[in-house]
Design a protein around this ligand. Sequence first.
Ligand SMILES: NC(=O)c1ccc[n+]([C@@H]2O[C@H](COP(=O)([O-])OP(=O)(O)OC[C@H]3O[C@@H](n4cnc5c(N)ncnc54)[C@H](O)[C@@H]3O)[C@@H](O)[C@H]2O)c1
Length: 349
Amino acid sequence: MNFGLIGAGGIGRIRAQALAQLPGCRLVAVADADPERARAAAPPGATSFARYQELLESCDVEAVVVSTPPASHEEITLAAVAAGKHVLCEKPLSNSLDACRRMVEAARRANRVLTTGFNHRYFPAVKFLKQTLSSGRIGTLDHVRAFAGHTGLSEFQAPWMYSKNAIGGGALMDVGIHIIDLVRYILGDVREVYGVATTGVWNLDRSEDNGFALLRGVSGRVATLHATWTEWKGYRFFVEAYGDRGMARAYYAPMFAMAIYLDKPGGRRQREFHFYPEIILREKFRGWQTTTTLAFQEEFQDFVKLAQGAGSGAVSLADGFAGFRAVEIANAVYESTRTGLPVRLADPF
Ligand SMILES: NC(=O)c1ccc[n+]([C@@H]2O[C@H](COP(=O)([O-])OP(=O)(O)OC[C@H]3O[C@@H](n4cnc5c(N)ncnc54)[C@H](O)[C@@H]3O)[C@@H](O)[C@H]2O)c1
């Protein structure tokens, strides 16, 4: 599949590297408002543009990766699906829920694939957790616990990265949006949200430093979630699934997974630990980007399958609706903070 990349900043460059090493995928064009960045990210033979509209006019491009700041995702995605392209859009799907809805609806009307860049689904520890739950080893799911955070202020390379207008919120819309998605991925769809967002530490453009949420799934099962920009230790997240016979945990960084479960009701405790030494070593010498690149590659492989007609059940990808729902859950925490009440989510459209 021939890809075009729009937005060749920090993440766009990793997307370009992931595509360059992936059999069956070709990066044929790169656009960035900064033409130097577009040129630098374009592999040999690919065309670079300063205006994304010119990239969309190229018949060669079958699918587009949108890796610009969130406030421009809607405009670019609507133009891309109108030009007949499939779209993989970075997280968060947009800085506004109405924009997310318009993006999902436009892709459906045009019969184009729209997916959200929730690449954490492809981290080996998360895959272990998902498989452990599906295998029945921890029994029937009871509840989910999730956390994600980074250091906040020192993490941001550009002012838009902590601007409420640009990203639609704070920690929940930034690092938190990945674990909001992972909670839905494990728990199933969410029906109700209660939460509190706080701004006591950095005072960054009205964006919350911490978001705490209690979610009730359509199944009636519960999840707790905390997203933070005050994780002094540095970037990390975990997701845990608790069943009626045991529990499983996915943790990063470093990559780590474990499960503890009874081999039969009332039976012996079994323990599984996965330390991923090859990932830890690779990251030590070549950086966290190596893990992200591998996750992006698996995500692209699923994207191609989906665009070629595989059903959504055959892939682990987060579709456009998953991107919409994640933003809706973050927004529900903001509303709940204002009113002190739980928020019921809209029915799927
Ligand atoms: N999947 C992940 O794990 C992950 C991690 C971090 C960031 N992100 C997301 O990736 C996206 C990009 O983040 P980043 O860190 O690379 O940002 P960045 O600021 O480093 O890069 C953004 C690039 O987009 C370009 N740009 C902006 N508006 C444009 C337009 N209208 N047309 C063409 N180019 C335009 C800028 O010139 C810049 O080069 C964001 O949505 C961010 O939330 C995803």
